[in-house]
Design a protein around this ligand. Structure first.
Ligand SMILES: [Zn+2]
Length: 202
């Protein structure tokens, strides 16, 4: 799956997780968003990837993600104080891998990806709206999610169709999405860190 969808779904799932687990939404959302930096491993073997490769077969952090997930699950098991952090990070990595697997299953076909993106974006926005206490802030988070989706997809469209960059021959093509994701995560934190943004059900 491409970065815009990863960000949107990460925030949507974080809203549900923070409500169910009674944890601060902003912290959970930032943790889920940071897990998407696993895509930095696309910089390895990028010359073999035309943008539709199955990450689980080509990129090392994706291939060995079960080791990362198992390690954090086990640390959480023996370190109660770090349990929430470790298990949430495992869940965040699992979510990323699951979404990549779904895209690979659809062979990265554009119509299927667009349909999936439409459905997951609607569900994620609905989850944020339902789970956050302050509906005005929930709308601002949704605007951020939609803005992130547009920015990430626009970057991809410009790179492929306007600049005609060939993914297999460009290191930067694979560097920009995770870098963009990191910038959007920092902006997300800066926008909402001083606001009373939390989930209900406390
Ligand atoms: Zn990935």
């Amino acid at each position: 799956m491409y970065m815009g969808d990863h960000i949107v779904i990460s925030i949507g799932v974080a809203a549900i997780a923070s409500r169910v687990l009674k944890l601060p939404f902003l912290h959970v959302a930032v943790l889920f968003m940071l897990a998407n930096l696993i895509d930095l491993d696309h910089l390895i073997n990028y010359h073999l990837d035309d943008g539709t490769a199955n990450s689980m077969l080509l990129h090392p952090l994706h291939m060995y993600s079960t080791y990362i997930i198992s390690t954090f699950l086990l640390i959480g098991l023996i370190r109660p104080k770090a349990r929430s952090l470790c298990w949430l990070f495992s869940a965040a990595i699992s979510l990323h891998i699951f979404l990549d697997a779904v895209s690979a299953m659809m062979h990265y076909e554009i119509p299927s990806l667009l349909m999936t993106s439409l459905v997951t974006t609607c569900l994620s926005c609905f989850a944020v709206y339902r789970c956050l206490n302050n509906k005005k802030l929930a709308k601002q988070v949704i605007i951020f999610m939609l803005g992130s989706l547009v920015i990430c997809n626009l970057e991809l469209v410009i790179a492929v169709y306007a600049l005609k960059i060939v993914p297999q021959s460009s290191f930067c093509f694979w560097l920009v999405p995770p870098f963009l994701s990191l910038i959007l995560t920092v902006i997300f934190w800066k926008l909402f860190c001083h606001r009373n943004i939390d989930t209900s059900c406390r």
